[in-house]
Design a protein around this ligand. Structure first.
Ligand code: MN
Length: 743
C-alpha cells in the first residue's frame, strides 16, 4: 500500500483536475499515480519528502498546461522506468497504460542534456534542437519542462555546485525552449528561479524594489488587459493580447545589461497587441491613445524607422488607473517573429532553407496555440500540434567532446567530419559511431557519438566521396581540395623550394640528383614519390623546415663533398669554360729554323706540334715562320704545290727533343672515343687533374649508339708527357680510342 503522504498528494491532483471541468480519464490517472507511488515507495527526495511528491507535482504543472490524460500519466510515471528498473520496465508500462504513455515515458527517460558550461551559443542552440529532435513528440518536451520547473522550485535543498550547474543548464536550454514553444509562464518562472540561484543578491535587491513600489497593485495588469480586450473587440480588430508584469529576470537584465536604475524602467507593466496588418497597428495605437493619457516623449514608431537589428513595433507609454504608467507594444505577427527569434530567423525565412523553416513554422504554430486564450483553444488541434515530430529531416549527433552537430537526414560520417572542420574532413581515414568503427558512408542517428579518425599521412579526400556525401558543404570542401591541389603547379612550386634550399649547400647537383634526394627523403617521411613530396611542399601541406635536416643529410650522401671529386659532366665542362689559362703556355720560340736560332716562329693551330715531334717550318707572308708537325696533313698538301716549294724550311727543337725550359707548356689536342656512361667526362677530367694537366677546352659530341666523341685541348710539356697522358686516358673505363688532334 502507498503511504499516507502519497495518498494526500494523489487526492490533491485529482481534485485539481476535477476543478478544471475538462474531460480527463480520472480512473487512468489515478491508476498511474498509485502505480508510481507503489514503485517509488521507500525512495525519498533530498528534502526528505517521499519521492512520489515530485511526479505528482510535475503532473499538476502538466495539467496546468492543459495537456491530455496520457501526458499526465506520463508525467506521473516519468521517473519509474529509470529509477525503479528492478520493479518495472517499458513493456510493463505499455501493458498497463498503453503504447502512447509508454512512448512518452521512453522519450522522457532518453532525454539527456550534455554539460552546457563553456559552450558557444551555436552549440547550445544545437543542443536545444537536439532535445526537440530526440523528443519525437513535442509533448515529451512539455512534460520535461514541467519536470525541470519542479526541480528548479525545489533546488534549494541541493548542494551549491549542483544548484549552479542545474541553473545554468536551465537558463541556456530549458528557458529558451519554453520561450520558443510559447510557454511564457514557465519560461519566466524558470528564468527567475535561475537568477535567484546564479545571483541571489541581485535577485533579492530587485525583489525588494518591486515590493516597495508596486506590491499593492497586483491586479492592475489584469484590469487593463480586460478593458483593452473589450475595446479592440468592439472595433472589430482581430488581435492577440499579451499582458505582463516585467519579470525579476527581465528587470535584472535591463538593469545590469543597460546599466539602468530601477526607477528608469518604465515598462514594468506592459501590454502587447499583435495584429495581422501594419494598418491595424496604427488603428490599435489610436484606440489606446483614446483610452489612456500618453506620456510625452515615450512614443516610438519603430515600424517606419526600424531598429538596426530589424526590430519593428509601435511603442507607447500611457498612464492607467491610479496614475500607474505602463508600456504598450503593437506589432504584426511578422514583426513579432523577428522580435522573438531575431535577424537569424528573418534571414532563414528569406533564404528558404526548407527544413529550418518547417521547424520554426511548427514551433510557431505550437507557440500560437499555447498563447491563445484558453477558451478559444481547440483541444484536438492543440494535441495534434504536440504530437508532431518537428525534426523528421534533421539528425543531431555528438562530437566526442559533447558538442552537438546538426546534419540533414541521411548525412554520412564524412559530412560530419567536414561539418566539424575542413582539415578534419581532408585528413579523415575512418570513423567511429558510439565507439565502433563504421564504414565511411554510414549515416549516424540522432544522439549518436561520432568520432572521426584522422591521419597526418592521409592523402586527402577520395573522389568517390563526392558520390557519398549528402551536404553541399562537404561537397564544396572536397571539390575545393581537389582544385587547391593543382598537382602540376604544386610540384613545380615544390621543386623551386627545394632548389632554393639546395643552393644554400653551395654544391652543384643535377636535376636527376635532386629528384633522387627528394624521393629518398620522401619515402622516409611517408611519400610514395618525389613528386608527392614536391606537391605537398608546393601547397603547404608540410613546411620545408620540417624536412630541411633530412634533405641536408641526403644531399651530403648523394653529392659527395667538393674537390677533387667532381661527378657531374656538365659541371666539368662549365668549370673548364671558366678556368684560367696557364701563364706559361708557349705559342712559339725554342726552335731552330734553317740552322738559325731566334727566328720569329709560331706553332701551327692545325697540328699543335709538341717538343719531340719532328717539325717543319713554313715562311708566311708577314707572320713569321709557322711550325707544323712534319706529318701534318697541311704540310703534305702544301709541299705538293710547287709555288710554295721555296718557303718550306727545315726546323728542329732547340734542346734535344725537349724544347725550352722545363716549365714551358704546349697546347695539345686529343680526340677521345668513349661509350656513353654517366660521369665519364668527370673521370677523364679527374685523371688529368691528378696528373696536373690543364684542361683548356672540352667538347662532347654524342654520335649515337652510346658513342660519344670528346675533344680535349690540354697543356703538356712535350711528346713524352703527351704519351703518358694518352695512356692514362686509355686506362679509363669506357674509353675505346684516343687520337692525336681533332677529328
Ligand atoms: Mn523528474
Amino acid at each position: 500500500m502507498a503511504e499516507t503522504g502519497a495518498n494526500v498528494n494523489i487526492k490533491r491532483l485529482i481534485d485539481m483536475l476535477r476543478l478544471t471541468g475538462k474531460k480527463y480519464d480520472i480512473e487512468k490517472i489515478t491508476k498511474a499515480a498509485e502505480y508510481a507511488a507503489m514503485l517509488h515507495e521507500g525512495q525519498y527526495r533530498v528534502s526528505g519528502e517521499p519521492y512520489i511528491s515530485h511526479p505528482i507535482a510535475v503532473a499538476e504543472i502538466v495539467a496546468g498546461l492543459e495537456l491530455d490524460t496520457n501526458s499526465i500519466c506520463a508525467a506521473l510515471l516519468h521517473d519509474t522506468v529509470e529509477d525503479c528498473s528492478d520493479k518495472t520496465d517499458l513493456e510493463e508500462v505499455e501493458k498497463l497504460f498503453g503504447s502512447e504513455v509508454a512512448m512518452l515515458v521512453d522519450g522522457l527517460t532518453k532525454l539527456v542534456v550534455v554539460n552546457v558550461e563553456d559552450k558557444e551559443e551555436a552549440h547550445i542552440e544545437n543542443i536545444r534542437k537536439m532535445l526537440l529532435a530526440m523528443s519525437k513528440d513535442v509533448r515529451v518536451i512539455f512534460i520535461k519542462l514541467c519536470d525541470r520547473l519542479h526541480n528548479m522550485r525545489t533546488l534549494d535543498v541541493k548542494p551549491d555546485p549542483k544548484r549552479r550547474s542545474t541553473a545554468l543548464e536551465t537558463m541556456h536550454i530549458y528557458a529558451p525552449l519554453a520561450h520558443r514553444l510559447g510557454i511564457q509562464k514557465i519560461k519566466q518562472e524558470l528564468e527567475n528561479l535561475c537568477i535567484s540561484y546564479l545571483d541571489p543578491i541581485g535577485y533579492s535587491e530587485i525583489q525588494g524594489y518591486i515590493q516597495d513600489k508596486y506590491g499593492k497593485n497586483v491586479n492592475f495588469i489584469e484590469n487593463v488587459r480586460n478593458s483593452v480586450y473589450r475595446k479592440l473587440t468592439e472595433n472589430g480588430i482581430k488581435f492577440t493580447l499579451e499582458g505582463r508584469i516585467k519579470s525579476v529576470y527581465s528587470i535584472y537584465r535591463k538593469m545590469y545589461n543597460q546599466n539602468k536604475h530601477f526607477d528608469e524602467i518604465y515598462d514594468f507593466y506592459a501590454l502587447r497587441i499583435i495584429v495581422d496588418t501594419e494598418l491595424e497597428c496604427y488603428t490599435a495605437l489610436g484606440i489606446i491613445h483614446e483610452m489612456f493619457k500618453s506620456v510625452p516623449g515615450r512614443f516610438k514608431d519603430y515600424i517606419s524607422t526600424p531598429k538596426p537589428n530589424m526590430y519593428r513595433s509601435l511603442h507607447t507609454t500611457v498612464i492607467g488607473r491610479d496614475g500607474i504608467p505602463f508600456e504598450v507594444q503593437i506589432r504584426t505577427w511578422d514583426m513579432h517573429h523577428i522580435a522573438e527569434y531575431g535577424i537569424a530567423a528573418h534571414w532563414k525565412y528569406k533564404s528558404g532553407e526548407k527544413s529550418k523553416e518547417d521547424m520554426d513554422k511548427k514551433l510557431e504554430w505550437i507557440a500560437k496555440l499555447v498563447e491563445t486564450e484558453n477558451a478559444a483553444r481547440d483541444p484536438d488541434e492543440f494535441l495534434d500540434a504536440l504530437k508532431t515530430d518537428i525534426f523528421h529531416d534533421e539528425t543531431f549527433v555528438f562530437t566526442p567532446k559533447g558538442d552537438v552537430v546538426a546534419l540533414p537526414h541521411g548525412a554520412t560520417v564524412i559530412d560530419f567530419a567536414y561539418a566539424i572542420h575542413t582539415g578534419v574532413g581532408n585528413a579523415m581515414i575512418g570513423a567511429k559511431i558510439n565507439g565502433m568503427i563504421v564504414p565511411i558512408d554510414k549515416s549516424p542517428s540522432t544522439g549518436d557519438i561520432v568520432e572521426i579518425i584522422t591521419s597526418s599521412s592521409s592523402k586527402g579526400p577520395s573522389r568517390d566521396w563526392l558520390k557519398i556525401v549528402k551536404t553541399g558543404e562537404a561537397r564544396t570542401k572536397i571539390r575545393s581540395w581537389f582544385k587547391k591541389e593543382k598537382r602540376p603547379e604544386n610540384i613545380a612550386a615544390g621543386k623551386a623550394m627545394v632548389d632554393a634550399e639546395f643552393r644554400k649547400f653551395k654544391r652543384p647537383y643535377t636535376e636527376a640528383q635532386r629528384n633522387e634526394i627528394v624521393a629518398t627523403v620522401g619515402q622516409r617521411t611517408g611519400y610514395k614519390s618525389a613528386d608527392d613530396l614536391y606537391n605537398t611542399l608546393g601547397y603547404g601541406g608540410i613546411a620545408l623546415s620540417k624536412v630541411a635536416l633530412k634533405f641536408k643529410d641526403e644531399f651530403d650522401r648523394v653529392i659527395a663533398p667538393p674537390e677533387p671529386e667532381v661527378k657531374s659532366d656538365i659541371e666539368v665542362v662549365e668549370k673548364i669554360k671558366n678556368s684560367v689559362q696557364p701563364k706559361n703556355l708557349k705559342t712559339g720560340g725554342g726552335i731552330i729554323v734553317d740552322g738559325e736560332r731566334g727566328c720569329l716562329v709560331k706553332l701551327a693551330r692545325c697540328c699543335n706540334p709538341l717538343p719531340g715531334d719532328s717539325i717543319i717550318g713554313f715562311i708566311t707572308k708577314g707572320y713569321g715562320i709557322s711550325i707544323h708537325k712534319a706529318d701534318c696533313p697541311n704540310v703534305q698538301n702544301g709541299k705538293s704545290n710547287p709555288e710554295y716549294a721555296e718557303r718550306w724550311k727545315e726546323a728542329y727543337w732547340e734542346s734535344a727533343g725537349e724544347g725550352g725550359s722545363s716549365s714551358d707548356m704546349y697546347e695539345a689536342q686529343i680526340t677521345v672515343h668513349v661509350s656513353d656512361r654517366m660521369g665519364i667526362v668527370a673521370d677523364i677530367s679527374m685523371a688529368l687533374s691528378e696528373m696536373r694537366v690543364f684542361l683548356l677546352q672540352i667538347n662532347t659530341v654524342n654520335v649515337g649508339n652510346d658513342h660519344i666523341i670528346i675533344n680535349l685541348k690540354i697543356s703538356c710539356k712535350n711528346i713524352d708527357h703527351y704519351r703518358s697522358i694518352v695512356s692514362k686516358i686509355k686506362s679509363i673505363e669506357g674509353v675505346t680510342d684516343v687520337l692525336r688532334g681533332f677529328s
